[in-house]
Structure formats: structure tokens, C-alpha cells
Design a protein around this ligand. Structure first.
Ligand SMILES: *[C@@H]1O[C@H](CO)[C@@H](O)[C@H](O)[C@H]1NC(C)=O
Ligand SMILES: *[C@@H]1O[C@H](CO)[C@@H](O)[C@H](O)[C@H]1NC(C)=O
Ligand SMILES: *[C@@H]1O[C@H](CO)[C@@H](O)[C@H](O)[C@H]1NC(C)=O
Ligand SMILES: CC(=O)N[C@H]1CO[C@H](CO)[C@@H](O)[C@@H]1O
Length: 799
């Protein structure tokens, strides 16, 4: 397959390492699996520690947001929820919120229960939330299976934020909001007219695409399976064709059951349908019905080696990425496949040119339902069916009511186009095909200008509270697509499907809704990638560039012209070797000492920042250097090098190196000492004659202990690296006691004495270098906001 599969860790549960090692858990994270991980994975806790997220939860009862609307003018985010509406601050969603409670009334609930519905269904779920005009929102809710609509008054920015339901203007929401909270529906509002795709009735028999304004109600035909057949409504948008507003089209994205003669074929297709915004219906026929409704298939498929394509036919979400003048947005579809043999998700991208070409192409035609569709080749009436009554499309018609009957009859009987819309590059830009993986539910996209071009940064919500941030890079020469999974963000603490996602490019924030609440997440955090050129370059995040000092937000030329002179970024290749040549600090790596007891298990911890970096271990022993290989006793796991039963012959200097995009970085040098069991025992029994050299701990040229070492061992159940090298004095004693207790030695007093001795002897012998922190420890300290003077040194390979 030409696509790089987006696969995630085999075993996602955090692996807790204690000295009581749970081998099976560890072993399911083989090192070689790293290449398919997101480069960075941020837990919910880490997002909070980084100040990258905020959460709004209402009153602690499950918020259940149904729909969200961004209002950058008023600087608010509106939430349609269960029994209420919220207006949140775009700056920080958990501060200064406003709220409208709008629950179903007691009689409504009783009525609903009488109909045999469950109590939770009988709440008022706000499903429609649109900016009606500058001062009002149009809102509709299910109202206990009795839809209602109303207007919400908004205050101007600056003024005290007004957010109030106009109680005296509540009307029936029938035809404007579904009855069932679970019913799919999509709406968009343009020039005071609401376009909505929904099931209009209680029993969900009548799926329709409708337009409502104060005077008219225009819709698809009832019970016309050619027009709509069991639709699931996913998205909608008004997109102008040209400068003539009479040519504006309204596009609907939905799935429906494929129409077949026997009615047995349950295949689902994704459709793009469209109508003219100014469609007035017909005069004698198609009265209050669309006179311009056409649809075609939206294809998202992967070519198989056998020549049979795998189709992703079930549309999950759609995102319309607006361009400057709004006429040529880029459309992103998130699809799943319903195939029994193959399960997966794909993102496909569509251009307006291709969409318009499909609608301008031949109409589909078939003699009988059991025949194949063929292009309609006879004469097509004038004006072309599906075109709008406008100056541009010609014909001198002022309204669709003037269209000849022949045109209306044709459009009514030929609503399907022969040509489908194919995606850009004829394939998905992103694939997830691993069986049993998380489900993908939502998509939002940001267009980002980088030094080497612009990128679409995809944000994909999952069913387990995660947002994936990815870019995809098309290589013209090889006709291949590269997926770069930049970050995996756990947006909610508990696992819940992401239901809504709204992006604000202006504020560089993503707003994410799940039943838990609404979270806000900053789109990027460049400094987290690391403080050096290579860290920043390897990240390949189009938002970020190295400015000579830090990894920081990249602004294209002209925006901050002054700060531009020294910006390094290479999103396309992430070639740190070339870009950051000569910028490395040194190539030594931090130094460490690790003591282990013979036959016991030992972990030499080395956690690179990037989950995509390949870790290589070298052992220096007796003047020789060789690469460490895994065997039944030595494992390379995601946390480092694990010895199940350490032998005295394992002692030596272990060097942990990472390689990412050809860039080699030495993170750590760990000197492993293996203590023989008897020696430890005898020390504990109190034999003080073992080491002749009497140490003097007070004499030390070492720097003060690095802050990570004590705390990272501490009283926690998860000791990391056994590093006695730099902890003189009181701390070391405590720490050593902990260590030995963990490995099964009870006599802490004696242990302490022994250790102190061991310790100081060793310190005299080794000239410990100035570096102590593991990259992992460094990261953790950074997140806690502690001062950090350690920099992980770098080494650049010649290529
Ligand atoms: C997060 O914000 C708090 C309070 O504003 C601040 O004290 C802390 O240092 C910040 N943490 C980081 C990692 O920026
Ligand atoms: C917005 O619409 C409402 C309801 O029709 C109306 O009362 C209000 O005056 C309108 N506001 C503006 C600014 O047009
Ligand atoms: C370690 O194990 C080996 C073989 O199992 C054994 O011969 C040796 O005595 C053990 N050493 C200690 C210190 O327990
Ligand atoms: C954690 C662990 O395996 N500890 C063992 C270390 O080795 C001694 C004997 O050498 C055992 O008694 C410990 O249980």
C-alpha cells in the first residue's frame, strides 16, 4: 500500500515500571513499533501542566453538547446542550460564561413518556444553533419530542454580555428540528434563511432537505427515493459560484442507501447534493419543492493490489475550509468503511473545481431499476436543469417559477449525476486501517503557512477523548502520500467520544465537545518540542520554527519581518542534519551511574522526546564498543533497556542514541555497575571491612544534585533510573533506602551505612560529568515549570 498507515501503539495503557516488573505488559511495546506512533503524545494531565487546555463543564451534570457555534465578532462560543444553551469566552471557556436554561416543561415530559419514550430522551436537546443576524441566534431543540424554536438575544462586545432567550417568541420547531435527540441533522443559515437536512416527523420516515424563511418552506419531494433514500445528514454549506449571488449554491453532505431494484442491496453511499439558494420552486409543478436539486456520489477509496478498490462510503464528518473569497473552499471528509472484511477510516479532500465539474457533467440515466446507470446522452432541456435563475446562467429567467415544465420534469426525474466526485490525488490523505483501533468521529482543519509552502493541519477527534494532529505531504515525484502524525492530545481525562469540534484560526484554538464538557486546546506549543534547532526541525510542525534561541511560532514573511532573519524550518523533510548543521552543543550525552544487584532486573531508562525516534544502545566494555541487541534476557522497551537478570558481565558503559530522519543524538551514557548478591548481603549484616577506602562525602567537586533525581525516585512506586551518582548527603541516604527497600532489603539502617560508603567510593573514582538529567526527567521538570539548565547535547552525523 502506498499510504503510510496511521497506526497507534499496540498497547496504549501507560506502562508503569516498577522493579516488580510485569513483563507481558512491557513486552507488547517493542521498540520497532515506534515509527508509526504520533511523534508526541500528551496526556490530559500534561496538557493541563502546560497550560494548553481549559475545560467547561457547566454544573457538573453531564453537559452533552449537541452543537457548537463560533462567534468571533462577539468573541463567544455558543453551545447547544441538553436543556440549555451556553455562551463561553473564547479566551478561556471556563470563565465568564452565560447560560440559558431551557428544559422541557412537565406536561411536555409527561406527554413524551406517554408516547413510550425514556426520560433522558424527553429533555430538550438543542440541535440547531445559527447566527440569525448580528443581534440574534436562532435556536431549536427537540423539546421532548415536540420540537421548539426560539431567538436568543446577544449583547455587543464591550457591553455586558447579553444572552437571553426571547420567551415571547418561542414557536413550534416542526420541520426545523428533529424530534429525536439521536436523529442526524445538519443546518446552515444564510441571508436569514435556514437550510436544514433532517427527519421532519416523529417516526423518522420523512428525511428532507429544506429551506425556511419567514414566508416559504421549500423542500425535497416526500417519499421520493430517487431524491433521498434513508439519508444520514452530515454537513451543509452555502458556497457561491461567482459574483452573482443569484448563482449561490447550497451543498448538503449526507449518506444514503444505494437504490437498487430489489431493495435488498444495503450499500451505503456518500452523497453531495446541491440546490440553488434562490430556488423558488415551480409554478404549476414542483410547488414549494426544489427545482434545482441534484446530487452525486462522493468517492473516497484506496486502490487495491488486485485492482479492486476499497471504498470508504460512510461519511462521519465534513469540514469546509474557507478560502479568501469563499468561492473555492477545500472540503475534507472523514469516512469510515462498512465493509465486513475491512474496517477503517479515511480522510479525503475535494476541490470545488471537481465538484462543479461533476454537476456540469452528464446526468445519470437508467432504463429500469435493474439496469446499470449510464450517462444520459439525449438532448437536455434549456436552461440546463439544476442551474439557477441568474444573469450568469442565462436564459433571462428571474425566478425558477418561470422555468419551462420540461426543465422541471427533467430535474425531477434525473436528480443523479453520472460522474462522481473524486478526491484530490485520487486517494485518501490519511488512513487508519488497523482493526480494533479507536473510532474517528470529527474533523477540523487549519491552513498554515510555513516556510516551504502551506499545509493543512488536520485535527481529528476520536471516540476516546483524543485529538490527533496531523499533516499530510504529497510527493509528486513518487505519487505517494506521507502522513505526519505530529501530536496525539488527550483532551478529556475520561474516555468519551468527541462529538463536536470547532476551530478558531484567529485565536489558534480548538474547541472540543464531548458529553463530559467543552475543552479548549491551543493548536500548538512549539517550545515543547525542545530547545534546540534539531528538536524543532524534526518536529515538522508547520506552526513552529527555530529562531536561533528557541522553537517558537513561525510567522510568514511580512508578518513579523524583523524576527524573520533567523528562522529554520523544514516541514517537508524534517532534515535536521542539513538545517541545523553546526548548531549542536556537544555530543557527549548526560552521564549517569546505575547500580544493580546480580540476578535482579534493571532498567536503564532512556526516553526520547519523540516517539518516532529510533533508539539504539551501544555498550562500551574493555575498550570495545558494540551495539546492544535484544535477547531473552535484554529487552529494548519504550522506557529504555531492560535486563531481566543482570549478570556481572553486563557491567559497562551504555550509550543511548536516537536516530530520527538521519539525525543522531546521544542522550545518555549510563555506567552500569553490577553488585554481587553476597556483597550486598554482607554489607547489610554489617561487615564493614569490604571497602578499604574510607570515603569522605563532604569533599566533592560535583555540582549540586539535579532536581530530577531525588523526586523521580522518591517515595513513588515507580522508580525510574537508579542513579546514585550525584546525590551526596542526606538526600542520597533516603533515596538509597528507598531503592534497597524496593529491591527487597529490609534493614534500612545498615543499608544506609553500606550505601554511603559505596557511594562515596564510587564518586571519587568516577569523574562524573555535569549532566544528570534524563530527557524524560528534564521534560517532567519543564512541565512543572522548574528551572532547568540542562540541555541534552546533540551529535550530527555526516551524511
Ligand atoms: C501555567 O500557568 C500558571 C498560572 O498562570 C503558571 O504559574 C505556570 O508557570 C504555567 N505553567 C507553564 C508550564 O507555563
Ligand atoms: C435580528 O432579527 C430579529 C428577529 O427577526 C429582529 O428582532 C432584530 O431586530 C434583528 N436585528 C438586526 C440587527 O437586524
Ligand atoms: C545468580 O544466578 C546464578 C544462576 O542462576 C547463580 O549461579 C548465582 O549464584 C546467582 N547469584 C546470586 C548472587 O544470587
Ligand atoms: C526485585 C528483585 O528481584 N529483587 C531480588 C534481587 O535479588 C535478591 C537476591 O540476589 C533477591 O532476594 C531479591 O528478591
Amino acid at each position: 500500500m502506498m499510504m503510510m498507515m496511521m497506526m497507534m501503539a499496540e498497547c496504549r495503557g501507560t506502562v508503569y515500571l516498577t522493579l516488580m516488573l510485569m513483563y507481558p505488559v512491557l513486552l507488547c511495546l517493542p521498540h520497532s513499533a515506534r515509527g508509526v506512533h504520533p511523534r508526541m503524545r500528551l496526556s490530559n494531565k500534561e496538557l493541563w501542566q502546560l497550560n494548553r487546555t481549559w475545560l467547561f463543564q457547566g454544573h457538573g451534570v453531564s453537559l452533552q453538547p449537541q452543537t457548537m457555534l463560533l462567534d468571533e465578532g462577539h468573541e463567544r462560543l455558543y453551545i447547544g446542550a441538553k436543556n440549555g444553551l451556553f455562551s463561553l469566552s473564547l479566551d478561556q471557556v471556563n470563565t465568564h460564561h452565560r447560560e440559558i436554561q431551557w428544559a422541557s416543561t412537565e406536561p411536555q415530559i409527561e406527554d413524551c413518556l406517554m408516547k413510550g419514550r425514556e426520560k433522558p430522551e424527553c429533555a430538550n436537546y438543542i440541535k440547531v444553533l445559527q447566527q440569525y443576524n448580528h443581534t440574534h441566534l436562532l435556536v431549536c431543540g427537540t423539546g421532548a419530542f415536540n420540537p421548539v424554536c426560539g431567538l436568543v438575544r446577544l449583547g455587543h462586545s464591550g457591553q455586558d454580555k447579553l444572552f437571553a432567550l426571547e420567551e415571547d417568541r418561542i414557536t413550534s420547531g416542526r420541520g426545523r428540528c428533529p424530534y429525536d435527540p439521536k436523529s442526524p441533522c445538519t443546518s446552515t443559515l444564510s441571508r436569514g434563511e435556514l437550510y436544514i437536512g433532517l427527519y421532519t416527523d416523529y417516526w423518522e420516515n420523512d428525511g428532507a432537505l429544506c429551506r425556511l424563511n419567514t414566508q416559504t418552506y421549500t423542500r425535497t419531494e416526500r417519499d421520493d427515493r430517487q431524491q433521498l433514500s434513508g439519508p444520514k445528514f452530515v454537513g451543509s454549506a452555502v458556497i457561491p459560484d461567482n459574483d452573482d449571488r443569484d448563482d449561490d449554491k447550497v451543498y448538503f453532505f449526507f449518506t444514503e442507501r444505494a437504490m437498487d431494484a430489489d431493495g435488498l442491496n444495503k450499500a451505503v453511499y456518500t452523497r453531495i447534493g446541491r440546490v440553488c439558494a434562490n430556488d423558488q420552486g415551480g409554478q404549476r409543478m414542483l410547488v414549494n419543492r426544489w427545482s434545482s436539486f441534484l446530487k452525486t456520489r462522493l468517492i473516497c477509496s484506496v486502490a487495491g493490489s488486485s485492482g479492486i478498490d476499497t471504498h470508504f462510503d460512510d461519511l462521519e464528518d465534513i469540514f469546509v475550509l474557507k478560502d479568501k473569497d469563499g468561492k473555492n473552499p477545500t472540503i475534507f471528509g472523514l469516512f469510515s468503511t462498512t465493509s465486513a472484511v475491512f474496517k477503517g477510516y479515511a480522510v479525503c479532500v475535494y476541490n470545488m473545481d471537481d465538484i462543479r465539474a461533476a454537476f456540469n457533467g452528464p446526468f445519470a440515466y437508467r432504463e429500469r431499476p435493474e439496469h446499470h446507470w449510464i450517462p444520459y446522452e439525449d438532448r437536455v432541456p434549456y436552461p440546463r436543469p439544476g442551474s439557477c435563475a441568474s444573469k450568469v446562467s442565462g436564459g433571462g429567467f428571474h425566478s425558477s417559477k418561470e422555468f419551462p415544465d420540461e426543465v422541471l420534469r427533467f430535474v425531477r426525474s434525473h436528480p443523479v449525476m453520472y460522474r462522481p466526485v473524486l478526491p484530490q490525488y485520487r486517494r485518501p490523505v490519511l488512513l487508519q486501517t488497523e482493526p480494533g483501533r479507536r473510532k474517528l468521529t470529527q474533523i477540523a482543519v487549519d491552513r498554515v503557512q510555513a516556510q516551504d509552502g502551506h499545509y493543512h493541519v488536520l485535527y481529528i477527534g476520536t471516540d476516546d477523548s483524543v485529538v490527533l494532529k496531523a499533516i499530510t505531504i504529497y510527493n509528486k515525484d513518487t505519487d505517494t502520500m506521507e502522513e505526519v502524525l505530529l501530536e496525539e492530545l488527550q483532551v478529556f481525562k475520561v474516555s468519551a467520544p468527541i462529538r463536536e469540534m470547532v476551530i478558531s484560526p484567529k485565536r489558534q484554538q480548538l474547541y472540543v465537545g464531548s458529553e463530559v464538557g467543552v475543552a479548549q486546546v491551543r493548536l500548538h506549543q512549539c517550545d515543547r518540542y525542545g530547545s534546540e534547532c534539531a528538536d524543532c526541525c524534526l518536529a515538522r510542525d508547520p506552526y513552529c520554527a527555530w529562531d536561533g534561541f528557541t522553537c517558537s511560532r513561525y510567522y510568514p514573511a511580512g508578518v513579523y519581518a524583523k524576527s524573520r532573519r533567523f528562522r529554520r524550518q523544514d516541514v517537508r523533510h524534517g532534515n535536521a542534519v542539513q538545517l541545523c548543521n553546526g548548531l549542536q552543543i556537544d555530543d557527549e550525552g548526560s552521564q549517569r551511574l546505575v547500580y544493580s544487584v546480580e540476578n535482579n532486573s534493571t532498567l536503564l531508562e532512556c526516553v526520547p522526546r519523540s516517539l518516532q525516534a529510533k533508539v539504539i544502545w551501544f555498550l562500551h566494555q574493555g575498550g570495545e564498543k558494540h551495539e546492544v541487541e535484544s535477547d531473552e534476557r535484554v529487552f529494548m522497551i519504550s522506557h529504555g533497556l531492560l535486563f531481566l537478570h543482570v549478570k556481572s558481565s553486563d557491567a559497562g558503559v551504555y550509550v543511548c542514541q536516537t536516530v530520527e530522519h538521519g539525525y543522531v543524538n546521544t542522550l545518555l551514557r549510563i555506567t552500569l555497575h553490577v553488585l554481587r548478591g553476597e556483597r550486598v548481603e554482607s554489607a547489610i549484616r554489617g561487615s564493614n571491612d569490604e571497602e578499604a577506602e574510607k570515603p569522605s562525602c563532604s569533599v566533592s567537586s560535583d555540582p549540586p544534585p539535579g532536581p530530577s533525581i531525588g523526586p523521580s525516585i522518591g517515595p513513588s512506586t515507580s522508580p525510574r533510573v537508579l542513579v546514585p551518582s550525584s546525590l551526596p548527603g542526606h538526600h542520597s541516604k533516603q533515596w538509597y533506602k528507598e531503592f534497597l527497600k524496593l529491591i527487597g532489603y529490609g534493614n534500612a539502617q545498615r543499608v544506609a551505612e553500606y550505601c554511603e560508603k559505596m557511594w562515596c567510593v564510587d564518586k571519587k573514582r568516577k569523574k562524573t560529568k555535569k549532566k544528570h538529567a534524563s530527557p524524560g526527567g528534564e521534560r517532567k521538570r519543564k512541565e512543572r515549570g522548574e528551572v532547568n539548565s540542562n540541555r541534552a547535547p546533540r551529535h550530527i552525523l555526516d551524511t
